[in-house]
Design a protein around this ligand. Structure first.
Ligand SMILES: Nc1ncnc2c1ncn2[C@@H]1O[C@H](COP(=O)(O)OP(=O)(O)OP(=O)(O)O)[C@@H](O)[C@H]1O
Length: 304
């Protein structure tokens, strides 16, 4: 059974189409990255999952239960880390988890959960004393109560430093190991690339791509990135490279490196074109396309 199944899901506000016929499925036990720039519609999708908003058309199910018509049953097997969550300043970490255990009518050991999210040593301190990373892990811990089969996380690593983000990712990997599916929204590409089995890219409410990272790489033509160091870069040279068959993007990095994403077959054509234009090539090397390169190729926009 799939964890999430969206079928032609649309949401229109008065003047904005926040979601435009989005169809996707998230399998049990996979980490799915839901990626898109600000305003793409990620939170709207999650709000409909949680029945905080109703779709204008289409539907979405959690474990076979319609999120609107059978909201309670749909949410029964999920844990949620909402965007912009807050903690209760006067309650300790332990009291937060105890609260979640009671409200889910579960029987988890709060200390074991605090241990899993790395705040066991601070169990009896008020949450107001916690760092941002600790607060984030504490709220993540609340979402882990009752062993949910799906975790829905809205920007779980936003505002964290790289160490904080790494800690969250390692907790999520352990959740996947025990069989949970994870739906993870983010506009930070590195976060998604580092952990997700599959990625969906949302742009202006439309799902423009959904695939494994490797699959996305293949579909932008093998996804090779060519880095060419030249003594001088002329705009006309970069423009001419963009015109070579098989080239997706060509940009200038650090003033003297031309960065080209292209199919494997186009690599030599790019070098030949540079020679034809009289560019003085000092060095060239290849890299695999990153998720950011793919994001640019799919949405035509930069990161953040
Ligand atoms: N309640 C609302 N009323 C009107 N428009 C809304 C409402 N909620 C969201 N929108 C609009 O819908 C679009 C999608 O917003 P949404 O918050 O889902 O995007 P997002 O991808 O989560 O963005 P971010 O990464 O900034 O959180 C935006 O244009 C937003 O302004």
């Amino acid at each position: 059974m799939t964890a999430i199944t969206a079928d032609e899901l649309s949401k229109r506000y008065t003047t904005v189409t926040a979601l435009d016929r989005v169809s996707l499925s998230v399998n049990e036990g996979e980490i799915f990255g839901f990626l898109g720039p600000n305003g793409a519609g990620k939170s709207t999708f999650i709000n409909i999952l949680l029945n905080f908003a109703r779709p204008t058309a289409g539907s979405v199910e959690l474990f076979g239960h319609d999120c609107q018509a059978e909201g309670v049953a749909a949410r029964d097997r999920i844990g949620v880390l909402p965007e912009g969550y807050s903690v209760f300043d006067r309650l300790t970490g332990r009291q937060h988890i105890e609260y979640a255990v009671r409200s889910k009518d579960a029987d988890d050991d709060p200390v074991e959960i605090l241990d899993r999210v790395g705040v066991r040593d601070a169990a009896d301190r008020p949450a107001s004393d916690y760092s941002k990373g600790m607060k984030q892990r504490l709220v993540l811990g609340m979402s882990l109560v009752d062993e949910p089969d799906l975790l829905v996380l809205d920007e779980p690593t936003s505002g964290l430093d790289p160490n904080g983000a790494t800690e969250i990712r390692s907790i999520l990997r352990k959740e996947r190991e025990r069989g949970a599916a994870i739906f993870f929204s983010s506009h930070i590409l590195e976060q998604v690339e580092a952990i997700c089995d599959r990625v969906g890219i949302l742009q202006d409410g439309e799902l423009v791509a959904v695939d494994t990272i490797e699959g996305l790489r293949q579909s932008i033509g093998g996804g090779t990135k060519l880095l060419i160091d030249v003594t001088e870069v002329a705009d006309a040279t970069v423009e001419a490279i963009r015109g070579v068959d098989g080239v997706e993007t060509a940009t200038v990095r650090d003033g003297s490196t031309i960065e080209v994403t292209c199919t494997n077959d186009a690599k030599m054509d790019v070098i030949v074109e540079l020679q034809r234009l009289g560019a003085d090539v000092v060095n060239f090397r290849t890299e695999e396309a990153s998720l950011e390169d793919m994001f640019v190729a799919y949405t035509g926009s930069g990161q953040r």
